[in-house]
Design a protein around this ligand. Structure first.
Ligand code: ATP
Length: 347
């Protein structure tokens, strides 16, 4: 393994036909860190990963492993392991052969290769399947082979591009835990691409939120989740209620309604300026004094997700532990520490 302290991306930019798919990504990754690149479809996540891997040349910027410049090196010289959503296993080779292939290519002596292959297979709990072909395995098992194959060569960095997107909900959860466990057990450094905020929050030490090729926010899961820097990150982090309004002293007047709410300003919000008030469904209180009627109620196990409408037509998403049904009256409140006020024109 090529030991390193830091991997640094410096203004990494990739253009396709005049459009910046990735515009100036700068990021320092510490050894052992788990970084998630997160954002909606088309925001540049895969482009960033492919630039790191060496599968796409940069339009500008540079990539460094400590003091070694990496972006001029071909993929195989970078020493990274990769796991993609379509596992890309060799169909005619057994699990064992798939896993040991990289070691063979690197000329690792046989006995050592055998030991490391067995270790990697044990790590992903596939001992009983070592002699099977990929076609004889379930999706989750194949995904584990792909992970074993990536980590067996002890890469300095593991790159994962939506590795769980082809799995069903239950397996996704299991594999998520598995990936985090492996990351810790092997002391890997991982860059993980996903559009699933829950996956990113639960796996990563730090999130990099992208939009239109640009970094919106870099921070711990808690930072990004509770203190999104703009309304786009808020939107992506589950602040489903984004209410356009205007600043009115300490309050926000919600457009086209008589509703006034008090929240926590994020960025500079001057009196009279257009703002967006953001709050998550689960943070809307149902013991306030704004009357609303339940229009849609979705049963979600422990809770009901409901869409409610106030008398002057403001529609909000809420969550409730009560068994509310359409037509029920509720009384909404907005805890000021849960309601974030963003300048409307923030990009
Ligand atoms: P998804 O989650 O859908 O995979 P993403 O965030 O990974 O999306 P990218 O695949 O990095 O997004 O694409 C970023 C932008 O660059 C998109 O607008 C995409 O259309 C464009 N793009 C990506 N690859 C190419 C290419 N080979 N040629 C032209 N445009 C491309």
């Amino acid at each position: 393994m090529t030991r390193f302290e830091r991997l640094r991306l410096d203004g990494v930019t990739r253009r396709f036909g005049g459009v910046d798919a990735l515009a100036g990504l700068s990021l320092e990754i510490r050894r052992g860190e788990f970084i998630a690149l997160l954002g909606p479809s088309g925001c540049g996540k895969s482009t960033a990963l492919n630039c790191l891997a060496g599968l796409l040349p940069l339009s500008s910027g540079s990539i460094w492993r400590d003091d070694t410049r990496l972006d001029t090196l071909p993929p195989e010289k970078r020493g990274f392991g990769m796991v993609f959503q379509n596992y890309a296993l060799f169909p005619h080779m057994s699990v064992q052969k798939n896993v040991s292939f990289g070691l063979q290519m690197r000329g690792v002596p046989r006995a050592e290769a055998r030991r490391r292959t067995a270790d990697a297979i044990r790590l992903v709990h596939l001992e009983e399947h070592a002699r099977k072909l990929p076609g004889q395995l379930s999706g989750g098992q194949q995904q584990r082979v792909a992970i074993a194959r990536a980590v067996v060569v002890e890469p300095s960095l593991v790159l994962m591009d939506e590795p769980l997107s082809n799995l069903d909900a239950k397996l996704r959860l299991e594999m998520r835990t598995e990936i985090r466990r492996l990351h810790q057990a092997l002391g890997l450094t991982t860059v993980y691409v996903t559009h699933d905020q829950e996956e990113a929050l639960s796996l990563a030490d730090r999130l990099v939120v992208l939009r239109d090729g640009r970094v919106q926010q870099i921070g711990s899961p808690e930072e990004v989740h509770t203190r999104p820097v703009n309304r786009h990150v808020a939107d992506f982090m589950g602040y489903r209620n984004l209410l356009p309004g205007s600043a009115d002293g300490a309050y926000t007047k919600i457009n086209n309604t008589g509703v006034r709410v008090k929240g926590t300003p994020i960025g500079s919000v001057s009196d009279g300026s257009p703002v967006v008030a953001a709050i998550r469904p689960e943070d809307v209180s149902l013991t306030g004094d704004l009357e609303a009627t339940v229009e849609v109620a979705e049963y979600q196990g422990r809770e009901i997700a409901a869409e409610v409408r106030t008398d002057d037509g403001l529609v909000l998403h809420v969550r409730t532990g009560q068994r509310h049904a359409p037509g029920d009256k509720v009384r909404l409140g907005f805890p000021p520490d849960r309601l974030l006020i963003f300048p409307a024109d923030a990009s």
